[in-house]
Design a protein around this ligand. Structure first.
Ligand code: HH2
Length: 310
């Protein structure tokens, strides 16, 4: 079995090599209203300190978000409050600039707005994480001009009502088809297909069972040939499976990250970096331990997957 690897181009002549075992993306929410840590890192100095702490814990990359994308119509009530591009930039920029000066880790910016992406890329962002998958008509041109990687996350509908009237006849097939359409839209907009990462968008307009089905069938999404980012950390499907409140969802988040790793995810997006690194290291070590010959099945595909670069 040949493991897929991908080499993406980053701004400033750097590269992002993915594949084998996932990179850990630490979440920095510079927001008053994120679903799990809203308000904790709204002040620039606390967001900067948090980002540096996540790097010290072993984050390979940071995802800086200045707008909550908490979907409405379900467990989060009305969802996140809308934010102007100016307000989003005002929150983001001091944190991005300080972290850019302080660290070489890949800095991703989680934004749906082309105007924010433009400012962020000029300030040293490496990657755009677009949960609206190029819904802003200017976004593709900005990403293409910067030559940076972009995450195209799956979601349906508007954030404010996303958790209402969810209908999928076959969630895996439909998300896969819509992710393929997003990839095609990116290419039509001038983005190199080799710079695109895909993401099934756990929790965005999906029921708990649909999120579980997507995780169970990540191999289907992998057939699109692009690296997958998986963001399950602290999300409500973990609460629905386990009964755990948001503050108590670390164990379920670790299970999700390890599962995603064993299914070949390229990046796991998490709030708890140190714990995730430990869980992934142990899962990796187990998957690489020698297989007992009497077991008779040889090396499993998952073990081969786990014996990748990290
Ligand atoms: N999830 C959240 C935000 N951005 N981006 C990608 N690519 N994939 C995800 O699953 C994803 C994402 C939600 O998490 P969080 O940032 O903690 O919450 P909020 O949107 O409320 O700020």
């Amino acid at each position: 079995m040949t493991l897929p690897t991908w080499t993406l181009r980053l701004p400033r002549q750097r590269e992002l090599v993915l594949g084998g075992w996932p990179q850990v993306m630490g979440v920095v929410n510079i927001t008053p209203d994120s679903f799990s840590d809203g308000g904790r890192y709204l002040a620039p100095e606390s967001a900067i300190a948090h980002g540096l702490a996540l790097v010290a814990e072993g984050a390979d990359m940071l995802d800086l978000g200045a707008e909550s994308t908490r979907p409405g119509g379900g467990v989060y009530g009305a969802g996140a409050a809308p934010l102007s591009a100016e307000e989003e930039v005002d929150r983001l920029l001091p944190v991005l600039e300080a972290l850019r000066a302080a660290t070489d880790v890949v800095l991703s910016v989680d934004t749906r707005k082309a105007a924010v992406a433009r400012v962020a890329l000029a300030a040293g962002a490496d990657l755009i994480n677009d949960v609206a998958a190029l819904a802003d008509p200017e976004m593709a041109a900005i990403v293409a001009a910067a030559g940076c990687p972009v995450v195209l996350m799956h979601a349906r509908g508007e954030l404010a009502t996303m958790q209402q009237g969810i209908t999928f006849a076959d969630v895996v097939a439909e998300v896969c088809a819509e992710q393929a359409a997003s990839l095609a839209l990116a290419v039509a907009g001038g983005i190199d297909a080799g710079q695109v990462l895909l993401d099934p968008g756990l929790g965005f307009g999906k029921t708990a069972d649909q999120n579980l089905a997507l995780l169970r069938n990540l191999d289907v999404l992998s057939t699109l040939g692009r690296p997958l980012l998986i963001g399950g950390s602290r999300k409500s499907f973990i609460g629905q499976v386990s009964g755990a409140a948001i503050a108590d969802r670390l164990p379920g988040s670790l299970a999700t990250a390890c599962w995603a790793a064993l299914q070949g995810a390229a990046i796991v997006r998490v709030h708890d970096v140190a714990a995730t690194r430990q869980a992934l290291a142990v899962a990796h070590a187990i998957a690489n331990a020698p297989r007992h010959r009497a077991a008779g099945h040889g090396s499993s595909p998952r073990a081969e997957l786990a014996s990748g670069s990290r």
